[in-house]
Design a binder for this molecule. Structure first.
Ligand code: CO8
Length: 373
């Protein structure tokens, strides 16, 4: 079996940074308008008034200070509170393919590779624009890559599941190099009118190039020592949007056709699951947690990451050991752990080890153990 390395990564960051204060101002204006409009029903106790959001709460509860969005104007308009992303005609590159191409080009460049060197494209993300044709095939064509391409969705864990799929293809000789891309427009599936979750997500796209270790040309590549995936069904993070919606008109436009979650339950159930998963994976590879230089964790909640790192290390992790990017990017679903890796991988020296770990809806957990060559 061929050894596999990550030889390049890329990141596309949308142009619009939106602070908690901006988001809360729009939300609170919506709340004031709703309560004024329904003042009579509220006074008659037929309707509960909506409650204002707070920027202080958001930062304290999640660690998030801002997020990047593909469109900010539509989200910050209290009368709309949804991104405004005009449909494109079928002959134009789709918006997620555009993000994917930008991130992929950076990954290819850092790996000193071009389209001819790649045999497979995987688009792995939480929200795909359409059932078919596959977004990955559109990206493949836009980049001029031969071979095959396909989409996969494991919510926030999509990138690590995508990496394992790529590793399998390279190990078995099916592909020389695989491009794995995570174009996330989380804002399009977020309910910006829901106080409990309106601040959680941001948009971004990441890309990872994986290839045979003996063929890599870039310096300082990361050898994949092991991958491990796990899933356990839960309804605590759910989105019922789908092709069957039109078959029962009662559900159309209901809140469950956007992202919904039981945040507290997710926190309580996922942290132990992830801590155990990483410990077991390292044990299987005969690596002591203290010998891991960096944990590039999924970026959903700061306290969650601190708790997971504590469970793995048996002590507090330093910011250097578990880098945080959610303060700037918020939760970018599958892109989060890869953004952390992309921005903070250079702190590793030769032979240093690190773990990429993603977790989220499903539930799903994926870990990738790396050693810098
Ligand atoms: N402003 C002010 N106060 C608020 C607000 C607000 N915006 N929201 C809630 N509060 C209040 C509540 O009313 C409550 O008040 P009280 O105590 O008086 O009842 C209090 O704050 C505490 O509320 P919560 O218990 O809800 O708050 P938490 O401390 O649990 O924090 C979090 C909420 C931040 C959501 C936290 O629970 C969390 O981060 N949990 C983990 C969630 C997580 O990681 N989810 C992963 C989902 S992502 C994924 O898998 C991918 C899905 C696909 C992506 C799709 C894109 C959209």
């Amino acid at each position: 079996m061929h050894k596999v390395v990550i030889s390049g990564t890329g990141l596309f960051t949308p142009p619009n940074a939106v602070s908690n204060e901006q988001l809360v101002a729009a939300f609170n204006e919506y709340v004031a308008h709703f309560n004024a409009e329904h003042a009579e029903a509220i006074a008659a106790q037929e309707l509960a008034p909506l409650v204002a959001s707070s920027a202080e709460f958001i930062e304290k509860a999640s660690g998030i200070r801002q997020r990047y969005l593909m469109d900010a104007a539509g989200v910050l308009d209290p009368a709309r509170m949804t991104p405004s992303l005009p449909e494109r005609d079928n002959d134009s590159l789709s918006i997620q393919a555009e993000m994917a191409v930008a991130a992929a080009r950076e990954a290819l460049e850092l790996a000193c590779r071009s389209a001819e060197d790649v045999d497979m494209v995987i688009v792995a993300c939480s929200n795909l624009p359409r059932p078919y044709p596959a977004l990955a095939i559109e990206v493949q064509q836009a980049l001029g890559i031969r071979g095959c391409a396909f989409d996969m969705n494991v919510a926030c864990s999509s990138a690590t599941f995508g990496i394992q799929t790529a590793v399998n293809a390279i190990q078995s000789g099916q592909a020389r190099a695989v491009l794995m891309v995570n174009p996330e427009i989380c804002s399009a599936h977020l309910n910006f009118r829901d106080r409990d979750s309106h601040f959680i997500f941001g948009d971004a796209c990441t890309a990872v190039l994986l290839e045979r270790a003996d063929a890599a040309v870039a310096a300082g590549v990361f050898e994949v020592l092991g991958t491990r995936l796990a899933t356990a069904f839960s309804n605590n993070i759910r989105n019922n949007f789908g092709f069957l919606n039109r078959c029962d008109e009662r559900g159309i436009g209901q809140p469950d056709k956007l992202f919904i979650q039981q945040g507290r339950k997710v926190f309580k159930e996922v942290c132990p699951m992830v801590g155990e998963h990483i410990v077991d994976h390292l044990e299987q590879l005969a690596i002591r947690p203290d010998d891991v230089r960096c944990f590039w964790l999924h970026q959903a909640n700061l306290a969650m990451n601190q708790l997971i790192a504590r469970r793995v290390l048996g002590r507090e992790a330093t910011p250097d050991e578990a880098p945080v990017i959610l303060d700037r990017y918020a939760n970018t679903s599958s892109a989060g752990s890869i953004i952390a890796f992309h921005l903070h991988k250079d702190r590793l020296g030769t032979n240093d080890m690190g773990v990429i770990c993603s977790f989220g809806a499903g539930y799903s957990v994926g870990s990738v153990v790396l050693r810098k060559n």
